[in-house]
Ligand binder design. Structure first.
Ligand SMILES: [Zn+2]
Length: 82
């Protein structure tokens, strides 16, 4: 990922989504995904069932996810990266 690149960039989005699907622990803390239907944000390695790709948003920080109106997932506890 290039430094300063927008998280919403499609090619980047696709790569991040692949990491979420793979529950890639190495991505934990690098980015977070939020589920619009449940209002929570998660670590890429979260063990919970994966949402549909159209229902997620990616954030590069927890602050950004919180500002987006999301709260921390109780399973993967992303706030350890705050
Ligand atoms: Zn989670």
């Amino acid at each position: 990922m290039e430094i300063g690149k927008e998280v919403s960039d499609f090619s980047c989005f696709d790569e991040q989504w692949q990491r979420v699907l793979a529950r890639d622990k190495g991505s934990d803390g690098q980015f977070f995904y939020a589920v619009k239907t449940t209002g929570i944000y998660c670590l890429p390695s979260c063990p919970s069932r994966k949402p549909k790709v159209e229902n997620i948003a990616f954030y590069d920080s927890i602050d950004a996810a919180k500002k987006g109106g999301f709260r921390a997932c109780k399973r993967c506890k992303p706030d350890i990266y705050l």
